[in-house]
Design a binder for this molecule. Structure first.
Ligand code: AHR
Length: 319
């Protein structure tokens, strides 16, 4: 399954009661997350036949585990988890399974036996990292790269996957050096703080590529480079690669400030709803549903790996 499912049909339980769904959301760290939360709240509305218990876990793994336990105690019909970190899930997933509650792992992945949950859905984070690396190789040709990486939250599959994917391509290029890599926690403030510290360590002219693992980190990194008088973008000294391709991120890409922006589509609730409808109907569900994404590059750049940004592309971006 990889097409956006239709969402217009309501899915009340057979007895006419609302279907109860718990959503243990990561937090509110980014614009991407806000769009993802809104998409779940819109999709799992009472109007559509659902009662959604939404919990913002504020990027705290322990809170997220206890949230899931609460959903189990409340005997909700389904539990959706967007895992803050990939490790540490076996016990609570076993508890949900023992209680007979189907669990959907959404957005990010867990490092647990797939028999412990019903299904998983989300973007391929390793492929996103590889897309960024492949684009950079095509863009730079034989030129050297001195790369700084502002990673996402520690232990998140989005961070681990994007890092692994980018490093797969980096390892193929002898004249690419990863100078440093630190977590900016997927926030604008984190991105700015890490970039300020990178600038102190490596100085102006010491690097020519900054990889930010989401758009909000890229905004912070741009603020730090502005303050230090470092030029970036297609006409500058430093090329910025970002992830998410939210509306504002793509505006910066259209403006030539972020040179390449790899999408991660936050509109995933329709896929979760499709799974729940199938389970309600007693049908089998796929173990994994891929949410597709693509990459975008600044105007004037042609790439086999990315779409060249235009106003039309930006106008079509809802999040
Ligand atoms: O898991 C998806 C990632 O989480 C998004 O890239 C980031 O913006 C968010 O915080």
């Amino acid at each position: 399954e990889d097409e956006t499912p239709e969402q217009e049909e309501a899915a009340p339980a057979a007895d006419g009661e609302l279907i109860t769904v718990g959503f243990a959301q990561v937090g509110h760290e980014s614009d991407w997350r806000a769009a993802n939360t809104k998409n779940y709240q819109d999709t799992f509305s009472a109007e559509n036949g659902y009662e959604l218990s939404f919990v913002d876990c504020d990027n705290d793994h322990a809170v997220q585990i206890e949230t899931v336990r609460g959903f189990i105690e409340q005997e909700l019909d389904y539990i959706c988890i967007a895992p803050i970190q990939s490790a540490g899930w076996d016990t609570v997933l076993q508890e949900a399974q023992d209680a007979g509650i189907p669990v959907l792992i959404v957005d990010r992945a867990v490092d647990a036996d797939p028999s412990l949950y019903t299904t998983a859905l989300g973007c391929d984070m390793i492929a996103e990292g590889e897309a960024a690396g492949n684009w950079l190789a095509e863009y730079l040709g034989d030129k050297e790269a001195n790369i700084l990486v502002i990673e996402g939250s520690v232990g998140a599959s989005a961070t681990l996957g994007r890092t692994e994917g980018f490093d797969n391509i980096l390892s193929q290029h002898d004249n690419w050096t990863k100078l440093d890599s630190q977590s900016g926690d997927f926030t604008q403030a984190g991105g700015q703080e890490v970039m300020e510290s990178f600038i102190k360590t490596y100085g102006q002219g010491g690097f020519n590529v900054v990889v930010c693992q989401n758009d909000n980190e890229a905004y912070g990194a741009m603020d730090a480079m502005d303050a230090a008088g470092i030029t970036y973008g297609v006409d500058g000294d430093v090329q910025i690669i970002s992830f998410d391709a939210t509306h504002d991120g793509l505006q910066y890409t259209l403006d030539g400030k972020i040179t390449c922006n790899v999408e991660c589509n936050p509109l995933q609730a329709g896929f979760a709803e499709e799974v729940i409808k199938k389970l309600e109907a007693g049908e089998a569900v796929d173990a994994w549903t891929l949410v597709k994404d693509e990459a975008f590059v600044a105007p004037g750049i042609e790439s086999q790996y990315a779409v060249t940004m235009s106003q039309e592309v930006l106008d079509g971006r809802a999040y």
